[in-house]
Design a protein around this ligand. Sequence first.
Ligand code: MF3
Ligand code: CO
Ligand code: CO
Length: 290
Amino acid sequence: MNRNDLCWCGSGKKYKHCHLAMDERIKEMKFDFFKGQVRPPRKIIDNEQDIAGIKASAVINDGALDLMAEMIREGIDTLTLDDAAGDYITSHGGVSACLNYEGYPRNVCISINDVVCHGIPSRDTILKSGDIVNIDITTIYNGYFADASRMFMIGDVAPNARRLVEVTRECMELGIKAAQAWHFLGDIGAACAAHAHKNGYSVVTDLGGHGVGKQFHMEPFVPHNAKAGTGMLMVPGMVLTVEPMINEGTYKVTTDEEDGWTVRTKDHKLSAQWESTILITENGPEVLSH
Ligand code: MF3
Ligand code: CO
Ligand code: CO
């Protein structure tokens, strides 16, 4: 690509005014094969138009999560929450990314207590005092995806459960802080896991974060238990999720054989998760959906 060609990112700008400097910096870097250090593929670098699209999707996604925060209470069934989230997304011009995703039957995932993720909302699942609940929502708007989840505590929550929810949030926040341009992806998981382990918790490894934006689940896989300095190079324009699943007991999980979706802790101890969609920028991570 020549300096005066239009940039490969699709911005419509000349290469020399767009990604030339970034490409040259990447070219100068040494990648340690033994640490799994790799260059980010161009297809996962978003341009300004893409980022504006993801931000617009994130506004709807965050609005749906805010609605969940208003509605959630002891005694509500999780299908009522699912219906309301779905209606909110469609009435704002979006589509739920989860609905029909690989056959998933609902708009959102609602995961309670020992359910790690992908809990399926149901009329028969009634929230009760003491529950810790994750609601995970992904919106598609104008072809762009935004993905985030929050924890909610119902009524009187035991101190151990409350602490798990709070520490998991801190794990996500520390993971986000570690998402610095020109560092490697493993820094995110190293930060998440150090905080989890220090607090006596384990980190789920079978599932993780992901690139997001033009598709739901894109490269790279974002592990939440990793070594600093390993994996893909993070560069401005990458959009990822940080979504640690942190367990009280074992890190091992099992998927429900009946429904094919619900992921539970193997020992049935508690699990918590928070998720944000973030953008890597030259000046640090920017939270897009939370
Ligand atoms: N939102 C989840 C994630 O964070 C994925 C849910 S897929 C579904 O990646 F099909 F279960 F909805
Ligand atoms: Co999600
Ligand atoms: Co996600």
